[in-house]
Write a protein that binds this ligand. Structure first.
Ligand code: CDP
Length: 584
């Protein structure tokens, strides 16, 4: 198969106005004056070409050319996109292609500032960093060498936060960090309250690392032990109920902290012999060992709905093919990426973790006419993700046949499991797809839509109504479309309670706030059931939700097998990225 320019030129992507703005601002190569010197088509060619060079090692130049064409079309048709750093950096000087890193923070000055230095280097390349601060000795404990007292995890987090503020990621996005502290660390109460104001630690997401011991104590209403990580001794006991109440109150008040279930995450650790998982990446969907990194990619489900005998159904065959190619793409990315430090390169190449996930799920449900908040919605998610995960595993197994299993395979849990000779220690992760979904023009990750129609201000306060395309098509065929109605929906966000829209349409076209927290959690759990790593999801609560509602969400997430949970109560942060005018 020979590639010529005409083939690429003829198959350029069709890009929406928003996507164009995002790409021009942050993804396309620029000259010294800051003007883009490549088009989106050039960008996808650059990425496809660079990533496919890995194929030279396994199949030679013909295979590389063939895969380059496949990678190009799967990206330009928006069936699949790799995480942002791959789009930004492939075939360019920085060359760092992964979005997620976890760095160890040792209990020593050298250790702490090594982590800070490595984080700065990673942020420069567009990657995000997660840390566990659990190994640090608690505030006010003795420092041997100086005879002074330790400042504790939270005060060191402030140093990391300030450093992050100064390094914009790759000159394009500001560094994102995750800080995790185990619930049994003596400084846990200070940690839970460390993001009291919006301006505090603004470059961090924080999560409390919940243990099974803590959950058991909570179910019994008893006290639990706080443990000094350095001296490995119990320092005191706290009431599990009081700690949980404080945690939940703060999450209710402003969204932070989230929680992660550390023991559950470690039960899914494919290589426990290599260490314990202490932290996740910034948005929580990718648990990693210290010094591990992972590249993600997402399949756009909106592209896999087809018509069969007059009904809309999932195109499993098409999906399967794209999953095979996407797994191969992500495995190639491991070989082609440059790594910020040698330890990370060694860990990544040893385990070859990748995270393929989905976006456009809500769009898919609209097309299938299945309500997100329904038993059928949950069933669809489970069937779909089981298929997705099985196929991703098959694809990784097939790669292992020609390329070999990952290096640490003999030290992994798969070595004694039949049919588990994989190329990659993990294959699936569901990312937020914050920018990828804008580029692909689909709903993000597995989230419901935030609004069916909204007003966008363009040039000098000119306003434009943007309507979800599936909803617009339905409104037109069912005969209730009017600009006036779309404007009204833009003010309200959703269509529930509107008199002139048919009931069955209202059932299908639900948005984030029409969906109760229970359905949000159940959907997250449905996807988690068939995901190697974790699932990014925000459980939306109404402005007037109570603390008790948050408690219910946390307990349900634990009971249903989620690996963590993030809630957001409408209006609880001063600055909210997306909002709908609720006055109407
Ligand atoms: O859509 P995109 O590939 O840009 O990113 P995402 O799916 O929203 O986020 C995936 C991961 O990228 C996050 O969990 C972070 O590890 C990282 N990220 C980051 O470091 N900084 C950001 N501003 C956004 C994402």
């Amino acid at each position: 198969l020979k590639l010529d320019n005409a083939m690429f030129q003829n198959n350029g992507p069709i890009i929406s106005g928003n996507a164009k703005v995002v790409l021009e601002r942050r993804y396309l190569r620029k000259n010294d004056q800051g003007d883009p010197i490549e088009t989106p088509t050039d960008m996808f060619r650059r990425v496809a070409h660079h990533v496919a060079q890995a194929e030279m090692r396994y199949g030679g130049s013909e295979t590389a050319a063939e895969m380059e064409a496949i990678f190009y079309s799967m990206m330009t048709e928006f069936r699949f996109l790799p995480n942002s750093p791959t789009l930004m950096n492939a075939g360019r000087r920085l060359g760092q292609l992964a979005a997620c890193f976890v760095l160890p923070v040792e209990d020593s000055m050298e250790g702490i500032f090594d982590a800070l230095k490595h984080a700065a280097i990673i942020h420069k390349s567009g990657g995000g960093t997660g840390f566990s601060f659990s190994r640090l000795r608690p505030k006010n404990s003795r420092v041997g060498t100086t005879g002074g007292v330790a400042s504790g995890p939270v005060s060191f987090m402030k140093v990391f936060n300030t450093a992050t503020e100064q390094v914009k990621q790759g000159g394009t996005r500001r560094g994102a960090n995750m800080a995790i502290l185990r619930v049994d660390h003596p400084d846990i109460l200070e940690f839970i309250q460390c993001k009291e104001k919006d301006s505090d630690l603004n470059n961090f997401n924080i999560s409390v690392g919940i243990t099974d011991a803590f959950m058991d104590a909570l179910k019994k209403g008893s006290d639990y032990d706080l443990i000094d990580p350095r001296e490995k001794r119990i320092t005191k006991k706290l009431s599990s109920i009081e700690v949980f109440d404080t945690l939940v109150y703060h999450a209710w008040k402003n969204g932070d902290p989230g929680i992660v279930f550390l023991d559950r995450i470690n039960r899914d650790n494919p290589t426990p012999a290599l260490g314990e998982i202490e932290s996740t990446n910034p948005c929580g969907e990718q648990p990693l060992l210290p010094m591990e990194s992972c590249n993600l990619g997402s399949v756009n489900l909106a592209k896999f709905v087809m018509e069969k005998e007059g009904a809309a159904v999932i195109d499993f065959e098409g999906l399967s093919q794209t999953i095979y190619h996407a797994i191969r793409f992500l495995d190639d990315v491991i070989d082609m990426s440059l790594y910020p430090i040698p330890e990370i390169e060694r860990m990544v190449k040893g385990n070859r973790k990748i995270g393929l996930g989905v976006m456009g799920f809500a769009d898919m449900l609209y097309q299938l006419e299945i309500p997100y908040n329904s038993e059928k919605g949950i069933e669809t998610a489970e069937t779909l993700m089981k298929f997705f995960q099985d196929t991703a595993h098959d694809a990784s197994r097939a790669l292992a046949e020609t390329r070999g299993t990952f290096e640490n395979f003999e030290q992994s849990v798969y070595k004694d499991r039949e049919g588990c000779a994989y190329r990659n220690a993990t294959t699936t992760t569901i990312a937020p797809t914050g920018t990828l979904s804008i580029i692909a023009g689909c709903s993000s990750g597995i989230e419901p839509l935030f609004a069916l129609s909204f007003t966008r201000t363009i040039m000098d306060n000119d306003e434009m109504i943007e309507v979800n395309p599936v909803f617009e098509a339905t409104a037109r065929t069912r005969g209730f479309y009017s600009l006036e109605l779309m404007k009204m929906i833009a003010r309200k966000g959703g269509i529930q309670g509107l008199g002139n829209i048919p009931e069955d349409v209202k059932r299908v076209f639900v948005t984030a706030h029409d969906i109760t927290p229970e359905w949000h959690v159940r959907m997250q759990a449905a996807f988690q059931k068939y995901t190697d790593n974790a699932v990014s999801k925000t459980v939306n609560l109404h402005r007037n939700a109570e603390v008790a509602d948050v408690i219910k969400v946390y307990n349900l997430a634990y009971d249903l097998g989620c690996k963590g949970v993030t809630i957001y109560r409408d209006g609880s942060k001063d600055r909210q990225v997306l909002s709908v005018n609720k006055n109407e």
